[in-house]
Design a protein around this ligand. Structure first.
Ligand SMILES: Nc1ncnc2c1ncn2[C@@H]1O[C@H](COP(=O)(O)OP(=O)(O)OP(=O)(O)O)[C@@H](O)[C@H]1O
Ligand SMILES: [Mg+2]
Length: 236
């Protein structure tokens, strides 16, 4: 459903992605694992249309995204939770969730269906719906950012280092929410970046490694192949 074909991206004359190829099937979960500065965020920003490709092609459900301006991509069903969660502090939690749906002008019935999914996957948000987002903790804010990405991302959800900075118990909770999402909707595809492969290896169907903008494909990563690939040394 999403295919990055040998994409290259330059920022200020420096190459940040070099002929990177990634493929995600409908309902698939793909992890993109790489150290700081490897290019993970640049991959997601390229999919969202915030970075211009110097070569290569991104297609989404058969459409060449070169023909789709960045502001139209969420309406195709692509949700994005950037690493800095960027909630609107003066809006309530639920207003933050509704916001992408309202910008995309999805129908009230569809928005309500999406919110039901968010509250089913993240039931703890329900009791806090009227709270101003400014009063949420960092961990709660991450959950809201996931929920917000789900409102736009009916087809594909991009999560940039969602586990980063979460206390272990919250990281576990986040993982449970992702599994609940998998159960609730088997068609949504997930692309999750991470610098710590131990957090995702049991979760993703497919793992890609990124190093200095170059992407390689590693299939599923059981513990043994993780050790063999030398990735174990990354685990903090
Ligand atoms: N706006 C920018 N201007 C200049 N260089 C940039 C810019 N954004 C990213 N880069 C460079 O592109 C490379 C890839 O950055 P990117 O943010 O995609 O990495 P990352 O894997 O997401 O890192 P992190 O784990 O720190 O989030 C880095 O070398 C970075 O310095
Ligand atoms: Mg990043």
């Amino acid at each position: 459903m999403l295919r990055l074909e040998r994409i290259s991206v330059e920022i200020d004359g420096a190459t940040v992605l070099r002929e990177a190829s990634i493929e995600i099937a409908k309902g698939g979960t793909v992890a993109l694992i790489g150290r700081n500065g490897a290019g993970k965020t640049s991959v997601l920003r390229s999919i969202m249309g915030f970075l211009r490709l110097s070569s290569g092609r991104i297609s989404f459900e058969g459409h060449d995204l070169a023909e789709v301006p960045a502001h139209c991509r969420p309406s195709m069903g692509i949700g994005y939770a950037p690493e800095d969660r960027r909630l609107y502090g003066s809006f309530t939690l639920e207003e933050n969730l509704r916001f992408p749906g309202e910008v995309m002008r999805i129908t009230a019935a569809e928005l309500s269906r999406r919110l039901d999914l968010v509250y089913a996957v993240l039931p703890e948000l329900q009791g806090m719906r009227k709270r101003p987002a400014a009063g949420l903790s960092g961990g709660q804010g991450k959950m809201v950012a996931l929920g917000r990405a789900l409102v736009a991302g009916a087809r594909l959800v991009l999560l940039d280092e969602p586990f980063q900075g979460l206390a272990p118990v919250l990281a576990q909770r986040y993982g449970t929410a992702l599994r609940a999402l998998r159960e609730a909707d088997r068609d949504i595809a997930l692309l999750i970046t991470e610098s710590n492969p131990s957090l995702l290896r049991s979760f993703a169907d497919e793992n890609y490694l990124i190093e200095r903008g170059e992407v390689s494909r590693h299939g599923a990563l059981p513990d043994s192949s993780l050790a063999a690939s030398g990735l174990a040394s990354w685990i903090r």
